[in-house]
Design a protein around this ligand. Sequence first.
Ligand code: DGP
Length: 113
Amino acid sequence: MSCIFCQIAQHEVSANIVHEDDHVIVFNDLFPQAPVHMLIIPKTHYSTLNDIPPEDTTVFSLMHRVAAKLAHDRGFADKGYRLTLNCNRDGGQSVYHVHMHLLAGRPLLWPPG
Ligand code: DGP
């Protein structure tokens, strides 16, 4: 098993886990870019956004539902936050297991670098 996020999802590598259910696990990013920086990942391994099969019609709704609940529960839903998915080299992806960045806690610039 060489995927670090699969290893985190299987509790083989430690991470600061903030949510877990049957389908999704959320943990704090090791290199936070904002006061809140969590990674929301599906437990199913997909290397990139390009690898999610059309039959999997629920993966993003499950990830989004958890993100929205965390934003609400932690009190930054109204102030605002950003969900980001990077794909492949030009998209800035460095870990090849699909993940959603949940960023909050400061004004986030646009456009991104
Ligand atoms: P991306 O560049 O979109 O592939 O983002 C990958 C993120 O994963 C990056 O912000 C740093 C984070 N990261 C990499 N390795 C680890 C790790 O072992 N543990 C945790 N918690 N985060 C990691």
